[in-house]
Design a protein around this ligand. Sequence first.
Ligand code: BGC
Length: 459
Amino acid sequence: MTALPILPAGFRFGASTASYQIEGAVDEDGRGPSIWDTFTREPGRIRNGDTGDVAIDHYHRVEGDLDLLAELGIHDYRFSIAWSRILPQGTGAVEPRGLAFYDRLVDGLLARGIRPVPTLYHWDLPQALEDRGGWLSRDTAEALGDYVGVVVERLGDRVRDWITLNEMSVQTLYGYALTDHAPGRGLGFGALPAAHHQLLAHGHAVARLREAGAERVGVAQQHFPVVPASESMDDLVAAGTFQAITNWLFADPILAGRYPEELRPLIPLDDAQLAADLELISAPLDFYGVNYYEPMLVEAPREGTDYAGAAEVDLPEGLPFALLPYPSEERTDFGWAIAPGQLTAILRELRERYPNLPPVVITEGGASFHDGPGPDGAVHDARRIAYLDAHLRAVADAVAAGVDVRGYYTWSAFDNFEWAAGNDERFGLVYVDYATQERIRKDSFAWYRDVITAQPSDR
Ligand code: BGC
């Protein structure tokens, strides 16, 4: 496949990971438990009963992993910091060994010429905070601000780029509205305070980072393009409602300083408090991170239709929308539709909806294919190469259409613990043998490296 000399000079290539998905070492160096430690111990929550207890043992193998990233040639490495390594109880006492780990990680990246891009929160809430209400409690938003203050004080002399929270929509929907992710609350619309408090936490984080003189601050948001199943009024309304809940509920407050009108009545705050919160939440950003995987096809529920198992997410009955599989000839091994054109579409939609949209970075994009080592010992993941190629071209199309996209970070550098799906789903450019922790560069690793090398560079 040809390299891609189509992205603007200076475009930044990266790879992403997250603490609980790679680190392991959950009981070491004073780390406190997070909601994912609790959740993975509950029977039936995770496929095969897998946990992140060891994951890819990155905590102990960090030097070798950094060497692999250097060989990959990425400009930026997006990783996340585990709150409960820094503040084991979520608030209060700071664990110096936790800080020391990320200190070494940052130094190791810089020594290899890679820009560190830490995410301050990627779903692993300290269990101690969950016990006090988790994201349903406003105090958690303030606690996140204090934690960010501790981290930036230690790393802010070397880290220039920061991401506040990862995919607050997914944590709200899967963890609080449904039961698929930690903490598995299943509250339906009762989950809305979790959305507001994560948004507020983002606002506090931005304020703390600015106070500390951070150079570039952004957020990483999941954006599912929502496609109506037909042009009928009912389906358009159903898709619009779903769109508001999955996308605009989380993007409007940050990028436009308001909630979608139809959802405002569900936010239990008076106008003055809400206005003050939204001011904090909508502080200007230097970049807006978009995580893109696949679109959602939505229709108005048809009477007598059983939607159970139809799409990846099973929604409770009685909602004004239903999910269907997005029609696509090609799917990943996780069953997700491959639809690069929808990445271009959501980027254009964001630009149209938000006049103040900051430059965009694709903070995650990638696919799970199960390919493992063949008889020659190599991992021939041609489908991942085709996937990444198509999605980079989709980004180029968005750039050509006038969207200011500055980078693409593939999910993920390494195979890792894929939440409720456990270790079966493999998103990495590097294959990990979980029995031996051997790392094997997949074919896509060399391909990505070559694409990066071939780019015009102004660095
Ligand atoms: C998350 C990652 C996850 C990936 C693939 C994103 O929703 O941020 O943690 O592994 O998607 O499911």
